[in-house]
Design a protein around this ligand. Structure first.
Ligand code: ZN
Length: 404
C-alpha cells in the first residue's frame, strides 16, 4: 500500500464538488498530506521529500464515492425471485410464496458471524474496485436481537479493516418476523432491540421500512422517536411501493434522509424540503424491478431537496453495488443531469449520512478519500454505460486499489 503523502499531478480535471456544482479544476493537482487533502491547485506541484507522485495525465480525479444506502450483510442470494419477477410475479406474490426479505432472514439467521463477514468482505472489496470509500450498511435480516447485533458487529469489523468508511444503521424494522404479531414485534424493537443496539454502540442511524403493509406511518414515527431517544439518527424507507406518508414521517421526526421515494405525496416532499431531509434515490432498484414509477426528480429539484444516489445493494431488489452505474441509472432512468448524478454519489450522499464535514468534496482538511478515473472528461463517467472508470481508489490518503 502506498502511504499517506501523495501528489496527484497532471490531472485532466479535478472535480472538487465545492461551491454547489462540480467545482472543476482543469489540469489540476491534488496534494495529500497526513491522510487529508492538503491542497488543490490549478497547476502541477513539485513533490517534497517523502511525497509520492502519481501521474494522472488524461485522468479525472474526484472525491471517493459515498454509497448512503446498502444492505451489504446478508446470507444467501435470491436469483430464483429474479426469475419469478421476469415471469411477471409481483413483490407481494413473491413474498406470499415464501420469497422476499423473509427468505434472506432465514439464510442470515443460519449464518455464523464469520460467514456473514467473509461474504460481506468480498462485496466490500468489489465496491472498492468501483471507487466506494464510504458505505452505509444496514442490519435488518435478523429481525431478532441476536442476529441484528451479529450483522452490526460484521459492519463494525468491516470498518475496522481500514480500507473503507462503514456507517452502520439499525434496520430491525425491516419486516415483521413470521408468526409474530406486529404489535409484539414493535414493542420488542422499542424495549429490547433499540436499547441493545444503542448500548453496544453498534449503529449511528435507525431505519424503518415504512409502508402501509409493513410499518405504517404511525408505527414508523414511534420506532424512530424511540431510536432518537437512544441517540440513533432517524432515516426511513419511504413511499416505495405505495404512497404511505413516509416523506411526511421523515420531515416530522427530523430524519437525516428518506430513501426510495417513488410515490411521495407533494405535501410530503414540501415538508422534506422545509425540514432539510435529504432524498436518497435508488434508480438501480427502480430499473432492476422494472418499476413503472420513478422518483419525481424534477419536483425535488424545484423544491431544492438534496438528492443523493445509493446502490441499495441487496439480494432481492438490487444486486448491483457500483456507484458509477447508479449515477448512470440516475441520468438515464431518472432524468438527472450529469452534475446532479456525480454530486449524488459524492457530496450529496455525504450530506445524507451527515458526514459532509469530513467527506464528499476535495478541499483542504477533508479526509483524502479520492477516486482517480481513467477517463479524460468527467462526462465519460456517466456516458460510458457499464464501464468501470476507476483506476485508483485512495482512502484516508492510502492507495487501497490501483491499476498502475
Ligand atoms: Zn433498503
Amino acid at each position: 500500500m502506498i502511504g499517506a503523502d501523495l501528489v496527484l499531478n497532471n490531472c485532466s480535471q479535478v472535480l472538487t464538488m465545492v461551491g454547489g456544482g462540480l467545482g472543476i479544476v482543469e489540469h489540476g493537482t491534488v496534494r495529500i498530506r497526513g491522510g487529508r487533502v492538503d491542497e488543490v491547485a490549478g497547476h502541477p506541484l513539485t513533490p517534497a521529500d517523502g511525497e509520492t507522485e502519481i501521474d494522472c495525465h488524461g485522468k479525472v480525479v474526484m472525491p471517493g464515492f459515498v454509497d448512503p444506502h446498502t444492505h451489504l450483510v446478508f446470507g444467501g442470494w435470491r436469483q430464483n425471485e429474479f426469475e419469478m419477477r421476469l415471469a411477471g410475479r409481483t413483490y407481494r406474490e413473491i413474498a406470499e410464496a415464501g420469497g422476499g426479505i423473509l427468505s434472506t432472514v432465514i439464510h442470515t439467521r443460519l449464518a455464523t458471524e464469520d460467514e456473514l463477514y467473509n461474504r460481506a468482505l468480498e462485496r466490500l472489496h468489489e465496491m472498492l474496485l468501483w471507487g466506494t470509500t464510504t458505505v452505509e450498511v444496514k442490519s435488518g435480516y435478523g429481525l431478532d436481537t441476536e442476529t441484528e447485533l451479529r450483522m452490526l458487529r460484521v459492519a463494525r469489523r468491516l470498518g475496522e479493516l481500514g480500507f473503507c468508511r462503514v456507517v452502520p444503521t439499525f434496520l430491525g424494522a425491516h419486516s415483521v418476523p413470521k408468526r409474530t404479531p406486529k404489535a409484539d414485534y414493535v414493542e420488542c424493537l422499542e424495549t429490547e432491540m433499540i436499547p441493545a443496539v444503542a448500548a453496544a454502540g453498534l449503529a449511528r442511524f435507525c431505519d424503518v421500512f415504512c409502508e402501509d403493509f409493513v410499518f405504517t406511518a404511525a408505527e414508523s414515527t414511534r420506532i424512530l422517536e424511540v431510536g432518537k431517544r437512544h441517540g440513533l439518527v432517524p432515516t426511513i424507507h419511504a413511499d416505495e411501493i405505495e404512497s404511505s406518508g413516509g416523506a411526511e414521517v421523515a420531515a416530522s421526526v427530523g430524519a437525516a434522509s428518506a430513501s426510495h421515494l417513488l410515490r411521495p405525496s407533494d405535501s410530503g416532499l414540501q415538508a422534506m424540503a422545509q425540514a432539510g431531509v435529504a432524498a436518497v434515490l435508488l434508480p438501480g432498484t427502480c430499473f432492476f424491478l422494472r418499476e413503472p414509477h420513478k422518483s419525481p426528480v424534477a419536483r425535488m429539484r424545484e423544491l431544492g431537496i438534496v438528492m443523493a444516489l445509493a446502490s441499495d445493494f441487496n439480494p432481492g431488489s438490487c444486486p448491483m453495488l457500483a456507484q458509477p452505474l447508479t449515477a448512470q441509472f440516475g441520468c438515464i432512468h431518472y432524468g438527472m443531469t450529469i452534475e446532479e448524478a456525480l454530486r449524488g454519489i459524492t457530496v450529496n450522499a455525504a450530506k445524507a449520512l451527515q458526514l459532509d464535514s469530513e467527506v464528499g468534496t476535495l478541499e483542504p482538511g477533508k479526509a483524502a478519500d479520492v477516486v482517480v478515473t481513467d477517463v479524460p472528461d468527467y462526462r465519460h463517467i456517466v456516458y460510458r454505460l457499464g464501464h468501470n472508470p476507476v483506476w485508483t481508489t485512495i482512502y484516508g490518503g492510502r492507495v487501497v486499489h490501483r491499476q498502475f
